[in-house]
Design a protein around this ligand. Structure first.
Ligand SMILES: Cc1cc2nc3c(=O)[nH]c(=O)nc-3n(C[C@H](O)[C@H](O)[C@H](O)COP(=O)(O)OP(=O)(O)OC[C@H]3O[C@@H](n4cnc5c(N)ncnc54)[C@H](O)[C@@H]3O)c2cc1C
Length: 435
């Protein structure tokens, strides 16, 4: 029988999404011996990166991961985590994070905005049809604004950020956390891919390392500090297997739906995703300009009913508004592998209000009123499964000294807005607070 592989580090970081990549870069630059463990691989150099085939290969269960209630979840398992498939949107952390939970990441966020030159796309790249939707929203009194982006068109020689940039960015304009994994490794961190962490090792009540499978073979790694950044689904599963059974009880998802309507002119299909948005903080939802990529459009619509995939030929004459609802904490990620995310009585009426506003905006923008429909619900931001204020202190430490969580799991409430900038802020703050 082959011996278990064993490794040592000062800090072990599990997961290479924005939480793990940021913490790894910070700590490696400070001279810490960092071991970064990622269950997926780096797909950036593969010929199918950024294609429909790629999106199937690197997303959990070929993108066919569903909650018990039928919400589809896209969960990329790869170096860079979900930023490989995100829409490149940035948003300031919600004010309540500081006001209600005492977590102040203003400095780290401002620094990140500056470093990555986060800004809206230039006016001429925001898309004619997307801008038409935003203007319709504004005409109805909703203050739509250009969306902040982790995208720099100047980085690309052939900026082509259509809806398909959600499959993975091929033109290079979009920042991906994998870049900070590269920088962490450049600063001395060790990255192991195909390293699936199963459990945290605890010795005399203190974090002592992790164990799992490396390319299918058992391994263990020792360190006095362990940071779990395996995402809103991965992190609670590791904690449950480590004896912290409260993890995964309840979750948020920023429950999402698209509302579509058809026009006679060109729609938003080939325009960069989410170039404009508007937040209704009072009711708790965000709207943005978005459509599913061409091949996914009929598949998602088929979940609504047999007649909806027939709209496929009109994909490029479609206007789309995405709803992200600030959903209540409900359901959870359970040890038996199931994920549940029921809508609550508090969620339903607010979702209906958001849908009505979308319908009004689409009509104002010239969509045929009879063509407007809302897609089935989905979950794009699995989060809030290891919440600050319940399982975590303000310093992101669990009840086990030396064991920290730094990813979307930590959100104490649904953000209902892009998550990545907040996660980066949390990770920088955590890395700087460690001895
Ligand atoms: C299609 C799509 C579009 C989006 N658009 C935006 C957007 O425009 N702006 C925005 O801010 N957010 C967006 N998001 C959400 C955002 O990308 C995620 O919320 C964010 O990446 C979460 O970061 P994280 O660090 O929590 O985890 P993740 O990015 O999910 O990273 C977790 C990593 O941990 C790894 N992992 C999991 N389990 C294990 C294990 N047991 N052992 C080792 N490794 C493990 C995974 O493979 C993964 O690489 C989008 C998401 C999707 C799916």
């Amino acid at each position: 029988m082959s011996e278990k592989q064993q490794f040592h580090a000062d800090v072990i970081i599990v997961g290479t999404g924005p939480g793990g990549a940021t913490a790894a870069r910070e700590l490696a630059r400070r001279g810490k011996k960092v071991l970064l463990l990622e269950r997926g691989i780096d797909y950036r150099t593969k010929s199918y990166y950024g294609t429909y085939l790629g999106a199937l290969v690197y997303a959990d269960r070929l993108s066919l991961l569903f909650t018990e209630e039928g919400l589809n979840i896209v969960r990329p398992l790869m170096v860079g985590g979900a930023t490989s498939m995100y829409c490149g949107c940035a948003a300031q952390p919600p004010a309540w994070l500081k006001d209600r939970y005492g977590v102040d990441i203003d400095t780290e966020v401002a620094e990140t905005i500056d470093e990555l030159q986060i800004a809206p796309l230039p006016e001429d790249l925001r898309g004619t049809a997307s801008t038409r939707l935003a203007a319709a929203g504004q005409a109805l009194g909703y203050a739509w604004e250009p969306q902040l982006k982790f995208m720099k068109p100047a980085r690309s020689s052939h900026f082509e950020c259509g809806a398909k940039c959600m499959l993975g960015c091929r033109c290079g304009a979009k920042w991906n956390a994998a870049e900070w994994v590269d920088e962490a490794c450049h600063a001395g961190a060790s990255l192991f891919t195909r390293a699936q962490v199963q459990r945290v090792l605890i010795d005399s009540g203190h974090a002592a390392g992790v164990e799992g499978l490396l390319a299918g073979k058992p391994f263990s790694a020792a360190a006095g500090t362990v940071i779990l950044a395996a995402g809103g689904i991965g992190t609670p599963r590791i904690l449950q297997a480590s004896g912290l059974s409260q993890a995964g009880q309840g979750m948020t998802m920023d429950i999402t739906a698209m509302v579509y309507g058809f026009i006679h002119e060109q729609g938003i299909g080939n325009e960069p995703p989410m170039t404009w948005s508007w937040e209704n903080l009072e009711t708790g939802y965000m709207l943005s300009t978005l459509i599913d990529p061409w091949l996914l459009f009929p598949i998602i619509n088929a979940l609504k009913g047999p007649r909806y995939p027939l709209y496929w030929p009109r994909w490029n004459q479609t206007l789309g508004v995405m709803i992200k609802l600030k959903d209540s904490i409900s359901g959870g990620v359970f040890a038996n592998g199931k994920i549940s995310k029921p809508l609550t009585e508090n969620d339903r009426p607010r979702l209906k209000m958001a849908e009505d506003v979308c319908r009004a905006i689409l009509k104002e923008a010239g969509a045929d009123p009879d063509s407007i429909f809302m897609t089935p619900l989905r979950g794009t931001h699995p989060s809030g499964t290891v919440r600050i204020g319940e399982m975590l202190g303000q310093d992101l430490q669990t009840e086990i000294p030396g064991l920290y969580v730094c990813d979307a799991s930590t959100f104490p409430e649904a953000l209902a807005r892009p998550t990545v900038l907040t996660i980066i802020g949390l990770a920088k703050r955590l890395a700087r607070s460690l001895p």
